[in-house]
Design a protein around this ligand. Sequence first.
Ligand code: HH2
Length: 278
Amino acid sequence: MPAAPAEPRPLVMGILNVTPDSFSDGGRWFDRGRAIEHGLAMVAEGADVVDVGGESTRPGAEPVEVDEELRRVVPVIEALAGQVRLSVDTTKEEVAEAAVDAGATLLNDVSASLWPVAARRGVGWVALHRKGTPATMQVDPQYDDVVGEVTEFLVGRAEAATRAGVPEVWIDPGIGFGKTVGHNLELLAAVPALVGTGYPVLVGTSRKRFLGVLTAPAGSEPDPVDERLPASLATAASAMAQGAGMVRVHDVAPTVQAATLVGPLASAAAQRTSEDGP
Ligand code: HH2
């Protein structure tokens, strides 16, 4: 008997930072050959998208010149093209254009400004909310209503992109981009509000600092980056269970396993609710 078709699951975007200074894996994949190997390993683990970045966005990161960013990301995208869907994590138009030429079909844009490129090239676009720049964003971020402000900003950008003809628009609340621990938690609890806008939602919590803050004893240093997998999985699973269509992660295999459970769990919950019905 043929196997039943697998239930569709939320997508998993694997992170490939071709950088010397990313917050969790800086330098590990900076060598081109190792970056390509790591990209292929994530494909083997079930990544639906591999997100190639050549400039760290961590708080305080040094900006990277266009030529250097091109040198980092383009050969890696060329080498992986055809094996998996590729996105480019950039805020620079020239890099976005060259990445599309090399085979990327999604622009992952933490500046939420590159939709004209996505429209012109007919590729997908991710709009992320951030407050400030990497240099300033974690200096006392303030909101009156973080969920309302983030949602309004993202919908505004997504509507502009859709009007411009971008064929696929994702929205991302930008966990850790100008947000306190409390703001991050509020946004993670508000995924249904983002999903309710009608745009597919991408969430990235993987190994971020706020997880280390929340898991460490009060008043002590955050738990280290390489001890944040359980918290990364818990937050990714929570986002997916609330309707996020894609999560951006460093640890692909365990996240794919978690993603695979979301559909059957939702079906089982729906079944119970209907059995309990009036
Ligand atoms: N987070 C980071 C970078 N890009 N893109 C999206 N769409 N959503 C995110 O949450 C997001 C992102 C920061 O993480 P990382 O790439 O691991 O680190 P760095 O920016 O230091 O390279």
